[in-house]
Design a protein around this ligand. Sequence first.
Ligand SMILES: NC(=O)NCCC(=O)O
Length: 383
Amino acid sequence: MASIAEIESVEEILNGHLPEAEREAVRKILYGKETKPLTIPQAAISLAEKEDFEIKGYAFAAAQEQLRSPRIVRVGLIQNKIVVPTDRPIKEQRDALHQRISTIVKAAADAHVNIICFQEAWTMPFAFCTREKKPWCEFAEAAEDGPTTELVKDLSKQFNMVIISPILERDSLHGDTIWNTAVVVSRGRYLGKHRKNHIPRVGDFNESSYYFEGNTGHPVFQTEFGKIAINICYGRHHPLNWFMFGANGAEIVFNPSATVGELSEPLWGIEARNAAIANSYFTCAINRVGTERFPNEFTSGNGQPAHKDFGHFYGSSYVAAPDGSRTPGLSRTRDGLLIVEMDLNLCRQVRDVWGFKMTQRLDMYATSIAAAAEPNYEPNIIS
Ligand SMILES: NC(=O)NCCC(=O)O
């Protein structure tokens, strides 16, 4: 039997072992309405083969309306391993990732992707497990015009793509503070940024040693391809975080992440998908792959011996639609590009059917939440 880290994907196992007669019914129960495979241009397929990354494409269907034209958008999600070992010079590590992701973006451009999102802190290993400041803080760079944003501006301009680039940000203007930030670039220009709202204090995710909770609220970016927002990684466990992006009008919310199997894999397929259902928008969940080893040992505060790796980042990036259907996930082990076509009209179509916005009782919850946030709140328990 394969070890859990070696399992390529749950879908592969189901497809390989379910009798054909039942396969489609089981798929429908688990994943909802069928997502049709997309025809991916040969140039993109050849590049993926040559450069050894998975490429998969699916399309969500929406109803044809009488008064509105379809609003078809193609999104791309990239998941990847780090390229060179973590003891190599910072610039070499970052340059290697810049090169790798630029190649995958080229395949996305060949497949006519309009909006692409990279994984959380994509320019670096997820070194926060070490609690060491040196040399990892050196990966932090300016959101507006750091070397990574300059590269992303070039790619965005060259391929007319909106690019979401989650980086470690250094804000030199405000005390050299560090943030976990997603930068949004459109038409080759910096459009804005969002800083991660919820900072984990769980397992080896010692991110609070490096940066604070974000101070940018819940911005939604109006792009030529629709209204988009970013809920960075651990924010996916917070329903109100998802909710506020929806309250500000998001049609697609990206969830660039870095998370490991032991901790979160059973939650992974549920949370972004549930957010898509609850908020009647599309969600795009992205996780890195591979096992990252660090030069120095660190402990996990769990009584176990010190160790040098973070465990297995399980990939499995996927997209969920407001009607609750979802695409299959990318591989649990390989670099990959997931291309998904969607009609943004589906958001309103689902709202009309389910009425979740109409029935949400915001005024009642506003009062209740304001009361519950008071330090002397008395929980309403009747015994
Ligand atoms: N990067 C990050 O916030 N990870 C926390 C663990 C998780 O949310 O699964």
